[in-house]
Design a protein around this ligand. Structure first.
Ligand SMILES: [Cu+2]
Length: 167
């Protein structure tokens, strides 16, 4: 009886041992990005989504050209990457020549294309006078893929559509 089971176990283990011994390098390779992911996750968790004041010093989350090609818009969010709940965005708008575009009237609409809905909360827009606009009261009430649709007036009413995932 013992002999039978020992034999069975060693037979079952033999191919397993061979498999785990071989891919030592691939395993080490994908253990590293996994470790980096865990680090990122714990970093994000330390900061509540609505922690202020907003910090827009990081890299742009998205850079988009407006529909009529009159403007280019760099989009940063806070928190970044954006998370479910109330958040902020900063739009750095430049004109076709690359100069900061100040004094625009922006109408910002958070939009979820997969569900064809926006939000009932109206975002606020603060013009710094230097082509940098701070958007407040951005409510991403669901996780998923969102757009930030910005109509840029008063001259051309171009639309700039940034898109990103909200977690
Ligand atoms: Cu939705």
């Amino acid at each position: 009886m013992n002999g039978f089971w020992l034999g069975r176990i060693s037979q079952m283990n033999a191919p397993l041992r061979g498999r785990t011994a071989h891919p030592a390098t691939p395993r080490a390779l994908w253990a590293r990005p996994l470790g980096a992911l865990c680090l990122l996750a714990s970093c994000g968790a330390a900061q509540p989504p609505d922690a202020g004041p907003p910090d827009f010093s990081g890299r742009a989350l998205d850079t988009v050209e407006s529909t009529g090609r009159h403007y280019s818009v760099e989009v940063r969010t806070w928190p970044q990457p954006p998370r479910k709940g109330l958040g902020w965005a900063e739009l750095r708008v430049s004109d076709a020549s690359g100069a900061p575009a100040a004094g625009l009237s922006l109408d910002v609409l958070p939009w979820m294309p997969a569900h064809a809905h926006g939000t009932t909360v109206r975002p606020t827009v603060a013009d710094s006078g230097t082509g940098i606009y701070t958007i407040g009261n951005l409510l991403f009430f669901m996780a998923g893929h969102w757009e930030l649709r910005t109509t840029i007036g008063p001259d051309f009413n171009d639309v700039a559509v940034a898109s990103f995932d909200v977690n």
